[in-house]
Design a protein around this ligand. Sequence first.
Ligand code: SF4
Length: 347
Amino acid sequence: MEQVAKKDIRALSKEQLRDFFVSEGDKAFRGNQVYEWLWQKGAHSFDDMTNISKETRKMLEDNFVINHIRVDKMQRSSDGTIKNAVRLHDGLIVESVLIPTSTRTTACVSSQVGCSLDCKFCATSRLKRMRNLNPDEIYDQVIAIDRESRLYHNRPLSNIVFMGMGEPLMNYNNVLKAIDKITSEEGLGMSPKRITVSTSGVPKMIKKMADDEVKFKLAVSLHSAIDEVRTEIMPFNEHFPLKDLKEALAYWYDKTKNKITYEYVVWDGINDQQKDINALVKFCKDVPSKVNLIEYNPIDDGQFQQASNKAIDRYVDSLEQNGITVTVRRSRGKDIDAACGQLANKE
Ligand code: SF4
């Protein structure tokens, strides 16, 4: 007999669950109870739902599955960073990272399995994009990290960055739904101001976010403000040139009044010259923004190497002299391949 694939019950909103129960001749309130089991109590099986009758549980079992993630492997770095290899219901794996500092604990989560973009310096780009993550798969990564944060660092998660595997704006709807869940009282109740979506820069989607009046922060992996250089390291820049990116960012700022953070790595022999610095300064002046200089972790063939401290100091001096806020972020979790650009499902 042909089997009809059961639907993932967690793909339903609370309203849809309520409607489902009404259509089954039950009370809408039953939908609230099941929703609570799925999202607040983290039920992995219908049998866990002890205040739901056996018949109703059987009916749910016949109609739905509960897909959930499983942390297959957890690695802890000597600096406190934790990396999770997360197995999805279909066996695919993504990674997420917990980064503790003295003042905050940040989850870096994935939004896609692999990535459709091809940034030359990024280990994830070597993995083919298999699929987008569902909202619940993104949410579950956050919940798993929040638990680890409480367990190993005695404090809840304070911040989230969408900077793991994948380009979040290529999975915009699901990322948005996950953020809604994370910020809702039924989820973690986290302020959207503590969430940053980091994109490689998809102009159309940046404008859409501005139109949608999202409340989270925006970061852009810029890495060069010169088109030829950026296209060399981020080939999709050919289709989304800096002029279009800048226009979209101006639109974003106009609508949201939220400053943009530019993530920027300085590589030896690639973007470490004065002309690169001048171009960045000019780019920053056009739209209110700040710069985060990130330490780089070589991934394999050594084509990309972190520039000298001197080159980084030159960047910092020039940006500061021009009144642009700049921070230098040291890399974390290098010993477990959890640092920026290193997520690649390595054993
Ligand atoms: S840096 Fe981000 S957008 Fe670029 S390939 Fe890696 S995961 Fe994809």
